[in-house]
Every structure is written in structure tokens, then in C-alpha cells.
Design a protein around this ligand. Structure first.
Ligand code: SAH
Length: 522
């Protein structure tokens, strides 16, 4: 019976995959491919959220392990989880920072899979011990300076008896030593190397968050590095490079993120270096904002707190479209509204020339641009890009008894509707798309806030703020600075007992970015 059951199932499979050192673009093509095909992804601390985007439809399970974190998932339960998922017939990706076989316990997990006869493959990644130095302008080997490189893990107390490492031998090597997980143990490592004869003036670099917008490098010698790291308050995750190759950094430092610590070094100075910013827009809309913030040097985390989906019942919309000529004003307050309306319009076989007698209003430039994409030039865009601005613009026009059609989301606040009615208009409001809360948002919010030191959280609409704070539960305690796109969004944020640190002067994405820049300068 059991045998039959197993035969009927799809065969599960585990890919143990390296996610690369930090920059999500340093992922291999093979890794991207298996992520796209995955049913489940089991991922670690240090895996960039952008990489998980390749596995959008997969179940995503975080089992992060941060040095000494008591909440870490124990290794054995990760291994059992992999076997369990594979036995359910799933294509599982076990995603690890850097390379899975370099201090990543990938070997242990593969052994466990082999023992349980779960088929697997290994997909190597670029390891931090090579990539972080490269981004700091340090080649780990060089024909004249280092003919060998040794990768070392120094997470346990290296001076303790029974340590596997032979520091006497390591100190005598002439090449490069690369330490993983070594920030806490650095003082002992330095003592041991000096004690066993490595020169005190040997150059050393410690590189934190290598290859990312957060990269910071502290340089010194065996004699000075401990104090320098302390002064710079540099913490994990960092790679330490010991050896003559460090001398090349002076000439080879090329990565512009380093502009922050060496502002006059020719590296471009970007205003948001060192800032981690959370973008809460829907996945589809996030990229414009996220890309621009990244271009300005920020590390961007995307956490979609809204999901845009089609309406379920087209009855009212279809009737409105059929009788569209009876309206005087069509009002759009979002790009999504424009898109959803014209999609249905097209599906019903309508021609935009039917709209020629109507007046069309757009709340702001984004909505206007979307209308332009359908070759429509709105008759009205208010000076202030908010629903209040829209109402004010209509106050100056004769709208009494005019028929209005508002094409918005299912959760649009009724302020616009009410205000237009007060001005004497006859208002019909129809939901053309739905705004929903993504499943499992609570869990993702908690995880992100726990994993990353977030400097700024951005909100581009009232609904993004509402879902975020509902999921966070204790909004009052958020440490990040809160940046809002405009007054309606700010009102929602304040209602959760959180503060608004800055509100965009102009309620657009460029306006929001301007607010972030101002906050960074303050
Ligand atoms: N398998 C990983 C290493 C995991 S051990 C790899 O191949 O890169 C975790 C350690 O890797 C961290 O403590 C830190 O020393 C190093 N590390 C990982 N990512 C890093 C990064 N972006 N910058 C600096 N060090 C990093």
C-alpha cells in the first residue's frame, strides 16, 4: 500500500543553491532557473529578498541562522524539513548565502539527503570570502604578493584548546588568509597570528556587507585593526582579509558604495548609501520606486503589503461602460484604475472614440501618464495631486447636477464621493479593481523587521500603510523613520499611533523620493 502511494507521487528533488555574496545580481543563471521552477524555497539569513522574487509562486520558508541567535532553526530540523518537502513530491530549493559548500553546512545537508535517498544537486554560488574583497579592491591572490589563499572560519574562540585550527601553521603561511564569521573573534585571531610570528605590520581589511549598497571596509594592520574595527563599530557580517594583497586596495578600490567612507576617493558619492529602505507597494508597482532608490545608493527591501487583483463581479462596471456616454466626468485616482477600466473596455469591444464627449480627470501625473498610454489627454489634473486637490479643482468648475463616474479600488475612502455630492454632482462610484492584503503578511513583516536594521519605511497609499501597521501590530514601536506620500496616507499612519517623520510635498513617486532624500540629509 505504502509502496503504491509512493509510486503515484511526483518525485521530489532538492537543489542546494548558492545565492551569492549579497548583491542580488551576483546570482548564477542556474540558480535563477531552479528558483523559477521551485515549489518550495528554504532560505537563510543573508539571502537578499530580491532573489526570492525569482521564486514568486513557491512556498517560501525562512530558517535563518544569525550568529548566536536563539531563535535560529536548529540544523537537524532544517534537514528533516528538506526531506519532508521532497517526499511530498516538491521541487525544493535550499538557498544559502554565498556558496553552499563554503562554511554553509551544505555538505551536511547533502549527506542527510543522500542518507535518506532524496535526489539532490548542488548549484555553487560566489562566496563572500572572494567577492567581498573583490568589491573592496582586493584580489585574494596576486602573482607577486600571494600564491595561496586560505579560507578560515573563526566563529568559535580560536584560542580554546581542541580548536581544529593550527594557528602556528596559519601564521607561517605567506599568502592571504580570509576569515569568515570572524568579527567577534578578531582580537584572539590577531593575538595568535602575532604570537606565532606573522608581522605586526601585515595589512588587514575587514569588509562588512560586501557587494551591497551597505558595504563598508575598515583597513589597518595586525597591530591596529582591532582598535580600528572597534572605533568604526563594525559588526557582522564581515569578511577579514589578512595579507600583502590588501596593499592593492589603495589603487583598486572601485566600488562606489565605498564613497561613504572615502568621500574624496573618486568613487561617486551617492546620497542614500548606507540606508536600508522598505518599499511597501504592490510587487508590480514597486520597481520604479525601488530602482530609483537603489540608484541613489540605498539598499531596498521590498515587502508588498497590497496585492492588486481583478474585481469578481463585472456587472456594474459593464453596465456603466455600456452607458458611458451618459456621464459627464470620468474620474481616475490611480494607475491601476486606468488599467483595469481600459482592460474591461477593450474586452467589451469598445472603442475609445466613444469617450470623445466625456471629460476625464486624473488625480496626478502617474495617472495622467497611464491615460496618455491609452492616447487620452485628461481634461483635468489638479495642482495638488491628492483627492483633496481634485475636489478643490472641481470647486472652481460648474459641476452641479453633472454626472460623475468614479473608477477606483474597492477600498477607496468615501471622501471624494461625498465632497463631489456636496458640490451638487450626481456621483456613481464603481470598483474597477480590488486591493487586498497578501497572505502571510504578518509573518513576513515580523521576519523582515527582525532580520534587517531598517532606516526608512515608505508608504505610497493609505492601504499600504493600513496593511503594514495591521500586520506589525505595535506600530508605535517602529524604529524606522516613516515617510508618507501625502496627507491621506499620513492620516492612516497616525491612526495606528505611529509617527510620520516626513510627508512628500508633492504626492507622486518623485515627490516621495525627494522626501526620502531630505530625511537622509537632515
Ligand atoms: N556560505 C557563505 C558563508 C556563510 S558563513 C559564503 O560562501 O559566502 C557567514 C559568514 O560569511 C558571515 O559571518 C560573514 O563572515 C560572511 N559573509 C557572508 N556574506 C557576506 C557579505 N556580504 N559581506 C561580508 N561578509 C559576508
Amino acid at each position: 500500500m505504502a509502496k503504491k502511494g509512493r509510486l503515484q507521487k511526483k518525485k521530489g528533488f532538492v537543489s542546494i543553491v548558492g545565492a551569492g555574496p549579497g548583491d542580488p545580481k551576483l546570482l548564477t543563471l542556474r540558480a535563477k532557473e531552479v528558483l523559477e521552477e521551485a515549489d518550495a524555497v528554504v532560505y537563510d539569513y543573508l539571502v537578499h529578498p530580491k532573489i526570492l522574487r525569482h521564486a514568486e509562486h513557491a512556498e517560501q520558508i525562512y530558517v535563518g541562522k544569525k550568529g548566536g541567535d536563539p531563535d535560529s532553526t536548529p540544523q537537524k530540523s532544517i534537514e528533516s524539513l528538506l526531506v519532508k518537502l521532497a517526499r511530498e513530491g516538491k521541487r525544493v530549493v535550499r538557498l544559502k548565502g554565498g556558496d553552499p559548500f563554503v562554511f554553509g553546512r551544505g555538505g551536511e545537508e547533502a549527506l542527510w539527503l543522500a542518507r535518506h535517498r532524496v535526489p539532490f544537486e548542488i548549484s555553487p554560488g560566489i562566496t563572500a570570502g572572494i567577492a567581498a574583497p573583490a568589491y573592496a579592491g582586493i584580489p585574494v591572490t596576486h602573482r607577486k604578493l600571494a600564491s595561496e589563499v586560505t579560507l578560515i572560519t573563526a566563529h568559535e574562540d580560536p584560542s580554546k584548546k581542541g580548536s581544529d585550527l593550527n594557528w602556528n601553521a596559519l601564521a607561517k603561511l605567506k599568502g592571504t588568509l580570509v576569515l569568515y564569521m570572524g568579527v567577534k573573534a578578531l582580537p584572539q585571531v590577531v593575538d595568535l597570528l602575532i604570537r606565532y610570528g606573522r608581522k605586526r605590520k601585515t595589512p588587514v581589511s575587514v569588509i562588512r556587507w560586501g557587494t551591497t549598497g551597505e558595504q563598508r571596509t575598515v583597513t589597518g594592520t595586525l597591530a591596529t585593526i582591532v582598535q580600528k574595527v572597534e572605533e568604526a563599530k563594525l559588526q557582522a557580517p564581515a569578511i577579514t582579509v589578512i595579507g600583502e594583497v590588501n596593499r592593492l586596495r589603495r589603487k583598486l578600490a572601485w566600488f562606489s558604495a565605498e564613497g561613504r567612507i572615502r568621500p574624496n576617493s573618486g568613487g561617486e558619492e551617492k546620497p542614500l548609501f548606507g540606508k536600508t529602505i522598505l518599499v511597501t507597494r504592490s510587487r508590480k508597482q514597486a520597481s520604479e520606486l525601488a530602482d530609483e532608490l537603489e540608484n541613489l545608493g540605498a539598499r531596498v527591501l521590498e515587502l508588498p503589503t497590497i496585492e492588486v487583483s481583478p474585481i469578481r463581479d463585472f456587472h456594474s462596471l459593464d453596465r456603466a461602460v455600456k452607458n458611458i456616454r451618459k456621464y459627464y466626468w470620468l474620474v481616475f485616482t490611480s494607475e491601476n484604475g486606468v488599467e483595469a477600466f481600459f482592460k474591461r473596455f477593450r474586452e467589451l469591444g469598445k472603442d475609445t472614440r466613444t469617450l470623445s464627449s466625456l471629460k476625464i480627470a486624473a488625480v496626478g501625473p502617474g495617472t495622467k501618464a497611464k491615460l496618455n498610454a491609452f492616447s487620452i489627454e485628461p481634461d483635468l489634473v489638479p495642482k495638488v495631486f491628492t483627492t483633496e486637490g481634485l475636489v478643490r479643482a472641481f470647486q472652481g468648475l460648474k459641476i452641479a447636477r453633472k454626472k460623475f463616474l468614479l473608477l477606483r479600488t474597492n477600498i477607496a475612502p468615501d471622501f471624494l464621493n461625498r465632497s463631489l455630492k456636496k458640490l451638487g454632482a450626481q456621483v456613481t462610484e464603481i470598483s474597477v479593481y480590488r486591493t487586498e492584503k497578501p497572505a502571510g503578511l504578518e509573518h513576513r513583516v515580523a521576519e523582515l523587521v527582525r532580520q534587517y536594521p531598517i532606516d526608512y519605511v515608505t508608504f505610497t497609499s493609505s492601504s499600504t500603510a493600513q496593511h503594514f501597521f495591521e500586520a506589525l501590530k505595535n506600530g508605535r514601536h517602529i524604529e524606522a523613520k516613516v515617510i508618507s506620500i501625502g496627507p491621506v496616507t499620513s492620516k492612516t499612519i497616525l491612526a495606528f499611533g505611529a509617527k510620520v517623520d516626513r510627508e512628500a510635498k508633492v504626492s507622486t513617486i518623485p515627490g516621495l523620493i525627494e522626501a526620502v532624500l531630505k530625511e537622509a540629509r537632515s
